[in-house]
Ligand binder design. Structure first.
Ligand code: ADP
Ligand code: ZN
Length: 520
């Protein structure tokens, strides 16, 4: 069978060799095994189900939440001579009937189906009459209630397994954090599935996070000096800012187009096509842009506003440099962003516990912004991956950061986590360190712990920044499954014992207070 897979890879897809874990995954699924595939965007997930579908008898059923992407994938497959089709709400009834008939005739290798369509009794009955080669669940993180892409229908996809227990299933995602992974396994009943976890490193992307002073000007300078004739994406939080920024860039001579959900679908499609076909088109967009965009030569992704989470940052920057050539992930970050995002979270309709999770995700991202460590290391660490050496291709590696010796502060902060039982958040811990006398502290008796009032040299915001940085550096972790308190990690030990010094990034706030800085 390895030869057959190889044969299809070169004969049908025209590629000489497999990438990363592709071959192992394909062999596993083609032999009937279940798989959970975690691979970064652009890593080559599609082949992992497309080739097994071609190797096994019957039709590979692919669940995908992205209508636009389905169409593209099916078109591409057809061009390669693969018998592929899709079913979603964009089809006319006659067209739909034709596809269903092809399925019944056994003349389809792959069928892409929107989840809500798949789960209709009508479609399930149709499936009973044919042989599914496999079930591929793309964008499997949509099953996670904690994620931004949550799709309620995804939760019911466990019905496939119950009805067709012998058909192999392959769930794929580029969202790799542990809570999401666990949720996918539980909800899709993939406990027995083999997990294939790829490295999430994108070594050709140079990560840079700069302090926001005059964002437009900083962006312009970045584009002019480094990307004058390149295609790229500029992300902004609001539609208004998207429009304004696109207009600004056009006035400065860039071929810039705005993209957000305020445009009608046809208009969005046209703008997306222009970006994909153009050489040096800059799309200024909200996060509505990008899911499923496969343009290999995006040379930069710039953020004028803070993304919502480390995952979002990783996903969004990951749209750069898919061709493997050098590309930039550039983010302009200010404390104001944090406040704005906090407000969005607070004002949201979500339940309290969801808000808490969102808040922690934001904190982790702020930690990444503040880290003095290699950005890539911090980023990958968030996904549970260790990078043995600093990367040499991010701003903190390339340019030393303005820092202070935070070893003692770190010890105080960490031991305060320990003394209070490893279940409280940064705000409360800061209150304890500052020796506040509020009701919560009294209720828990935290005015009796040894760390009470030992941290008056910093203010509450500075302590919170210390905690965010400790989380970012992996000395403490947020307990997302509980109430979101902080706990110590194994790595905290040498810090607590005074064996490992900790350098902390100087908080922008220090500067605002007029403290002297050496580096500018
Ligand atoms: P993902 O779904 O993980 O984001 P895709 O499956 O869309 O990634 O693949 C990303 C790109 O890499 C596509 O252009 C695809 O054709 C290409 N690709 C995938 N596997 C290989 C391979 N083995 N050799 C060469 N190119 C590949
Ligand atoms: Zn680095």
């Amino acid at each position: 069978m390895p030869d057959q897979a190889q044969d299809i890879l070169s004969r049908v897809f025209g590629y000489p060799s497999f990438r990363g874990a592709q071959q192992r995954i394909i062999e596993h699924v083609a032999a009937g095994g279940d798989a959970l595939v975690l691979m970064p965007t652009g890593g080559g997930k599609s082949l992992c189900y497309q080739i097994p579908a071609l190797l096994r008898p019957g039709t590979g059923i692919v669940v995908s939440p992205l209508i636009a992407l389905m169409q593209d994938q099916v078109d591409a497959l057809k061009q390669l001579g693969v018998r592929a089709a899709f079913l979603n709400s964009s089809l006319m009834p006659a067209e739909q009937q034709r596809v269903e008939q092809a399925l019944l005739d056994g003349s389809l290798d792959l069928l892409y189906v929107a989840p809500e369509r798949l789960l209709t009794e009508r479609f399930l009955a149709l499936l009973e009459r044919v042989t599914p080669a496999l079930f591929a669940i793309d964008e499997a993180h949509c099953v996670s209630q904690w994620g931004h892409d949550f799709r309620p229908e995804y939760i019911q996809l466990d019905r496939l397994h119950q009805r067709w227990p012998e058909i192999p299933r392959i769930a794929l995602t580029a969202t790799a954090d542990a809570p999401t992974r666990n949720e996918i396994v539980t909800r899709l009943e993939l406990g027995q599935a083999e997990q294939f976890v790829s490295s999430f490193d994108r070594p050709n992307i140079r990560y840079r996070i700069v302090e926001k002073t005059q964002p437009r000007r900083q962006l312009l300078e970045f584009l002019r000096s480094e990307h004058a004739n390149d295609a790229g994406i500029v992300y902004c939080l609001s539609r208004r800012k998207v429009d304004d920024t696109a207009e600004f860039l056009r006035a400065q001579g860039f071929d810039a187009i705005a993209y957000h959900a305020g445009h009608p679908p046809e208009e969005r499609r046209a703008r997306q096509a222009r970006f994909i076909q153009g050489d040096a088109v800059v799309v200024v967009a909200t996060i509505a842009f990008g899911m499923g965009i496969d343009k290999p030569d995006v040379r930069f992704v710039a953020h004028l506003d803070l993304p919502k989470s480390v995952e979002a940052y990783y996903q969004e920057t990951g749209r750069a440099g898919r061709d493997g050539l050098p590309a930039d992930g550039w983010l302009c970050y200010g404390l104001g962003d944090v406040v704005t995002l906090k407000q969005i979270i607070d004002k949201g309709e979500a339940e309290e516990r969801f808000k808490r999770v969102e808040q922690h995700k934001l904190d982790a991202l702020v930690g990444l912004c503040e880290t003095t460590e290699c950005r890539r290391r911090t980023l990958l660490n968030y996904f549970g991956e260790q990078l043995p050496e600093p990367c040499g291709n991010c701003d903190t590696c390339l340019t030393p950061v303005d820092t202070w010796d935070g070893s003692v502060a770190a010890q105080k902060a960490l031991s305060c986590i320990y003394r209070t039982g490893q279940k409280f958040g940064a705000t409360h811990l800061a209150d304890v360190l500052l020796g506040k006398a509020n009701a919560r502290i009294q209720r828990f008796g935290h005015d009796q712990v040894s760390t009470y009032g030992i941290g008056k040299e910093l203010n509450a915001n500075q302590w919170k920044s210390v905690y965010r940085q400790l989380v970012a550096a992996g000395f403490a972790a947020v307990d997302v499954e509980g109430y979101g308190g902080l706990r110590l990690t194994e790595q905290a030990r040498p810090v607590l014992r005074g064996e490992q010094p900790v350098r902390l990034r100087r908080d922008p706030e220090h500067k605002a207070r007029g403290e002297r800085r050496t580096a500018q």
